[in-house]
Design a protein around this ligand. Sequence first.
Ligand SMILES: [Zn+2]
Length: 335
Amino acid sequence: MPVELRKGGLHVSGTPLWLDARRKSELSFVSHAHTDHIARHERVIATAATLRIMEHRLGELPAKLPVPYHRPFKLGDLDVELMPAGHVLGSAQIRVTRADGHRIVYTGDIGFEPSATAEPASMPECDTLVLESTFGMPRFRFPPKEKVVDEVEQWARRALSRGVRPILYAYSLGKGQEIIHQLHARGLKICAHPSIHDVSMLYSELGVPMHVRRFEGEFDEGEIGVFPPFGRSPALKNVHPKTTAVLTGWALEPWAARRYGADIAFPMSDHADFPALMRCAKESGAREVITVHGFAKELAQALQKEGVFARAITQTVQMELPLSGDIRSQSELPL
Ligand SMILES: [Zn+2]
């Protein structure tokens, strides 16, 4: 197997290189800075944006190798290249070309929907594709993002016109910035929880201008709140009247709003949906697809049915709840 699942995560066989290792390692590629993908490795390969956000979350890192997209470099006898993954700002796929010419791509979390705040994903041409499968079930087909943002805008404007405060639940890295950017572009005012605001300021620093006020206990007139999911911000207890909505790919499931403690759920995701994952697997040209995370078995089966040589390797390690990262497997769906 070109990659193997070890206790600490995925590892490129026969090399020192880990892929999004979950615990401290000597050398790991970090695809993006969601908390379930980062650790204080001795040496980190990532984009400059990912390293900046990682250091915001973990403090200064000992040895980091910032790598621009599409700039191949040598790592021992491997050729290594990072490519955009379209998931959050700075998110990357990695292509490792072994001395025998075999090309392995690990996608990390990947999204193909156009984003205002993340670099558009490249198609990962390779021989072995290690593909994330968060939404790897046929029932996950997301509507176009533009349409979802239209619905969010209408929902927010309706609430404001009735004197009700609209509160959106979105992860503090990625979805939070995307919805802030989209709603600002539509003339709305946003006030965000400090965790979301502070990452937004990093986005500005990294070249994606964000217009958002930091929540300090009070809203101004006409403002929409953007907060982390699950309504865990005590400050919101004093906000009346309010209506809440969560932005998540799981919105396609009937239980989503209730489990996130929201009144309504909108299907906005920074992950590829099932048709996009299938297309990615086929267009990559890979002779072998290894599915990881989420509905890995289901996606591998769907690919096999269409004649793609695919198999799943599944994580058994405990991952954190999707409060600050994102949902990774069925066993971690929010309750
Ligand atoms: Zn992620």
